[in-house]
Design a protein around this ligand. Sequence first.
Ligand code: ROI
Length: 179
Amino acid sequence: MHNAMVNGRDAVNLVAIMTRAYIGIGSNLQQPIQQVQQAIAAMSQLPSTRLLSCSRLYRSAPMGPQDQPDYINAVAEIDTTLTPLELLDALHVIERTQGRVRDGSRWGPRTLDLDILLFGAECINFPQLTIPHPGLHERNFVLYPLQEIAPALVIPGQGELATLVANCPASGLEPIDDI
Ligand code: ROI
């Protein structure tokens, strides 16, 4: 045996573990359709990551305070060898590049919001990151686009996506066909 060992693994046999992850995309400021399209393009350029598919774009009534514009939402599917926190950092860079300013307001309008909805079958509870995304089951603007690209998904701790969709009315949500 002459192979060098790296972290206990054969150096000639290192295989990066790919994880399938889903990213929620939302914008309701500064040309939201373009913001979402630009974010999808930026995610396709992330290191160690492949963009696999993306839902249609949806127009959705704001959840939370109503005195803000409608949102444009979509969900993207990626494979990545980044860790969850590396992915979160990379998404924050995209948000900032597109003018997101975090002013502490939790439910206010934003140029771009990128949420890690799911990261493989993992349940993660870090101070800065909870996966599955805690609002997922009650947000039609997440569930419907997600179902479009991954209809057979089972959400860790929450069950079948199809059941969550069946229990979440699509009110205020419509796919955009005119782009
Ligand atoms: N409402 C909709 N419809 N879409 C969003 O992406 C969205 N994001 C948010 C809050 C303020 C909760 N409302 C939203 O962060």
